[in-house]
Ligand binder design. Structure first.
Ligand code: FES
Length: 80
């Protein structure tokens, strides 16, 4: 699972680094997560933006990222 966290300034101001910290923790639980930084996704007003396996998720925070990961995992299971 490829997770790209926006490193743009607007998402940074909305604490994107906290999302990264939380993802680092979640990596212990879900070792198939690969975390990358990304340039701005162009949805700055709805940040923090995170792209998971090509799908863009908006208004991501350290509080909802685990739920979003689980949803994304569920979706990819349905596609297999
Ligand atoms: S700064 Fe994150 S979407 Fe633009």
């Amino acid at each position: 699972m490829v997770v790209r966290v926006c490193m743009g300034s607007s998402c940074h101001l909305k604490n994107s680094y906290r999302v990264v910290q939380k993802l680092e923790e979640l990596k212990q639980k879900y070792p198939d997560i690969s975390i990358y930084g990304s340039l701005c996704f162009g949805s700055c007003s709805e940040g923090v933006c995170v792209q998971i396996d090509g799908k863009l998720y908006k208004q991501v925070s350290s509080k909802n990222i685990e739920q979003i990961i689980l949803e994304a995992k569920n979706e990819s299971n349905h596609l297999e």
